[in-house]
Design a protein around this ligand. Structure first.
Ligand code: PLP
Length: 395
């Protein structure tokens, strides 16, 4: 720094852009800079597409580090990190150059905001959403023949009733009908499924959930093949949807313990489901590991690692008044509208995820006024079960 500069100038430039000393940090640093300097020839090359950093809406080292980590876990060729899971879902739809008159096939019990995204943003542009139950593949085949959708978007475990979709079979079927496949792997994580490995075209994540895992950051990731890279990159730059560096760093830190957190959460969920079912206090307990679940057998072959997700859904034998009383009586379980945190969360679909659906639509999906979704955390399952049973004081 020039020692003759005035203090106001020194304050602005002091300590920046100094010599980089040897020693590579074992943890990727948070890189908050929104712009970068380089020799002009290098900057020229980077702006022309060479690897490197110029401006934070294009690339950021902390964001790249997270995207690269998830790319490796999902065994994809390229990955992008977005400001939210919804931005990642949106990017996957935008990557396919949909045109007026195109149809898209959506799982009827897709994440509510994903349904709303297509209904509210794409339908006015002439893109029709077809919403179907994707668990019955014979029927789905008829839908492909009849409507010729350009793509199918679904989750492997649906929300909140935890129905299973056969990802490999549906992917193959979609490709036979020249449709692209987008799988939202949020609830399953790469520990349960790697859809790119069986041919899915795009995998999206709300990294807000299990990948980040600690309830302190919102983010989304999209992983795909190289053929989509240029289009996704230019759209991300133009729409300005890149994830922030601090969030990227938090999610990357969370990701390191996914292998400890998620299996524990799945085991907790499995034990909790069994106990709550055996208690006889609920009209129905939904979990793919319970023998009465409609895809119980399929679950064992589709998810051979023995992890069946960390969500358990309960049907209380009553309506809104009973559910409110139940939620208010919980001491440990937190009533909040998300999944994937380290603590156990309860969500009431009627007032949250499914409040914009009509009563008939909810009923058609199997969601009643007594349905409550429990996203199981890493606490002791004894304590979680005791809390829920104490709040289930109606019998
Ligand atoms: C939460 C969620 C999203 C949306 O993610 P945000 O990070 O909240 O934007 C998309 N899909 C699924 C399955 C989700 O659970």
């Amino acid at each position: 720094m020039n020692p003759h500069w005035n203090i106001d100038t020194k304050l602005v430039h002091a300590g920046e852009r100094g010599e980089v000393l040897p020693g590579i940090p074992t943890v990727h640093p948070i890189s908050m800079s929104n712009t970068y300097i380089a020799p002009l020839a290098t900057m020229d090359a980077i702006l022309g597409g060479a690897p490197g950093y110029t401006y934070g809406r294009h690339h950021n080292p902390s964001v790249d580090a997270l995207a690269e980590a998830v790319r490796e876990l999902e065994e994809g060729e390229v990955a992008f990190a977005y400001a939210s899971g919804m931005a990642a879902v949106h990017a996957s739809l935008m990557a396919l150059s949909l045109r007026p008159g195109d149809r898209v096939l959506l799982s009827r019990d897709l994440y509510g905001a994903s349904l709303n995204l297509v209904e509210q943003l794409f339908a006015p542009m002439g893109i029709d959403a077809i919403e179907e139950d994707l668990t019955d593949l014979d029927r789905v085949n008829q839908v492909f023949i009849r409507y010729r959708p350009r793509l199918v978007l679904f989750e492997l475990i649906s929300n909140p009733l935890l129905r299973l979709v056969d990802g490999p079979a549906l992917t193959q079927m979609a490709h036979q009908h020249q449709a692209r496949v987008i799988i939202d792997n949020t609830f399953t994580t790469p520990l349960m499924a790697k859809p790119l490995s069986y041919g899915a075209d795009f995998v999206v994540h709300s990294a807000t959930k299990y990948l980040g895992g600690h309830g302190d950051a919102i983010g989304g990731i999209l992983v795909t093949r190289r053929e989509h890279q240029d289009r996704l990159y230019s759209q991300q730059k133009l729409m300005g949807t890149i994830l922030g560096p601090f969030e990227a760093w938090l999610i990357h830190r969370g990701l390191k313990t996914l292998g400890l957190r998620f299996p524990r959460q799945c085991q907790n969920a499995s034990q909790l489901a069994l106990r709550l079912h055996q208690s006889g206090r609920f009209k129905q307990v939904h979990y793919p590991g319970l023998t009465h679940h409609p895809e119980y057998r399929q679950a064992q072959t589709v998810f051979p690692q023995g992890l069946l997700g960390a969500v358990v859904t309960l049907d209380l034998p009553g309506d809104k008044a009973m559910v409110f009383k139940f939620l208010e009586a919980l001491q440990l379980v937190v009533p909040a509208t998300t999944v994937g945190d380290i603590y156990t969360l309860a969500l009431y679909p009627l007032i949250a995820s499914h409040r914009s659906q009509s009563a008939e639509a909810r009923q058609a999906m199997g969601i009643s006024d007594g349905t409550v979704r429990i996203a199981v955390g890493i606490e002791s399952v004894e304590d979680i079960a005791a809390d829920i049973l104490a709040a289930a004081a109606w019998s």
